[in-house]
Design a protein around this ligand. Sequence first.
Ligand code: GLY
Ligand code: MN
Ligand code: MN
Length: 535
Amino acid sequence: METAVDYDVVSIDEFDALAIEIRTPLSTKYPAKAHAKKVSRQLGVQSGLVYLPGKGVSQWEDSDMGPPFRQRRFFYYMSGANFPGCAVTYDIGADNLTLWIPYTPPSLILWFGTTPSPDECLAKSDLDHVKYIADLPKYLNATLKDAGSLYVLRAEQIPKSLSLGLLKPAGAVKIDTSALLPAMAEARVVKSDFEIAMIRRANDISSAAHRAVCEGFPKYTNECEVEAAFLQACVAENAHMQSYPVIAGSGPNAATLHYDANDEPLEGRQHVVLDAGAEWQCYASDVTRTLPIGGRFTKEGKAVHDVVARMQDECIDMIAPGVGFRDMHLHAHRVATEGLLKLGILRRSDGGSDSSRTRKSTAEVVEEMLESGLSSAFFPHGLGHHVGLEVHDVAGKQRLMSTVAPWTVGGGVGGSTKKNKRDLILREDLVHMIESPAIAAAAGISSGSKVLGRPLEPGMVVTVEPGIYFCREYIEAYYLSKPELARYIDTAVLDRYWGVGGVRIEDCILVTEDGYENLTTAPKGEEMLKIINGK
Ligand code: GLY
Ligand code: MN
Ligand code: MN
């Protein structure tokens, strides 16, 4: 973690239930230079020029309108500039970070307003220079002859003037299109203090918005009102962008992981899964709560919510530097398996006769069930992911459950080697993860340690978001249709749970030197129920 951040006084009005604790970093610039240095350390070179183009304005097909501007995240990481038409260069040898900005003519100002001046950019972000982008080709021409290598994220981002042959730097320029992406992804894994402050603020705003939804919840009759209440609370805090489309799913819609139609009546439904997180200055939050319609969970809904809450509480409590995220994921499956067995949805393969002499102990049944990977029918996604400039931050081998080197242990056996929240965790993947400690031991890796997947480090921000879902199409297609798997599922009991749809609970957690800090303060458990019920 780098870059100290001062905080504003925390203002809380005790008598205002809507009031939230928002801590604002004071007079600290975006740490673009620190990020550039971190990237060059990851590149492991002493010279070369990093070039990153920002995003331009875009329009929809056959339209003169376009989507809201969304800056390129790798560009933002090294510039802190959130407006269209820029580029950034970092001359590694000269340690010179320059932001290249557009000149905005008055005719454009009339329509879209002005863009920040060089001085305003320098005041906002830790940069060496800010210059007009019209001068960039000349700079590239002059600099590349000394810098030698040009680092870009991918071939499409080679400066046009160079790829079109308009630039002719003296001397050979080596264009590297492969090293920068993994170097930047790695640099982004551990957040600087400034970034943590941004993620914290995004979480503060989202947490207050979830609280506001709980307060208004009794009067909502349609999913769209849940979405609207959340957005209203965010925009009123000047958080205009969401990290992802709001998910407000009731009944069976709660079983669709990324449901976003949000247009169905709540009548006759048990609860709403509200997965919604605001963005703050390009940094994400990601928060889920499951709210009972009518203020009380149904018997089945409560039973499932209790299991998911235990999955989340116990996994969050595991968080500390050095812990493997896949161990947490497997722990969540252990809790889910125990819970589903207790509810009778999963059943023992020996028929469950209590009088049987060969009756297995509960622990043995749980082990058998875990090894069969059956819980993946009900918990089919990853336990979490990094959060930062993207809601699903950094990909590739930086993923929390990656088995790619240097965290490789039997990578490629069974399922895929990289898993994130958004990837389905198939039964085969789960079985592979469960087998991996044995593979590790056999490979003589980290003797006695069960750390598999990337170990957590201080400064990482990750979600912990277990869920249990009853997606009829998914469960019928991949589990109930296979006799060797279906024998573990009691369909008579399961029939009572289709109406539950799904339950998910999600918080953003900062890994600290000695454990963790939960950045999400949205009410949950008893506190959430009290607010919904106006107590
Ligand atoms: N809201 C997307 C996710 O939870 O990963
Ligand atoms: Mn998430
Ligand atoms: Mn989410």
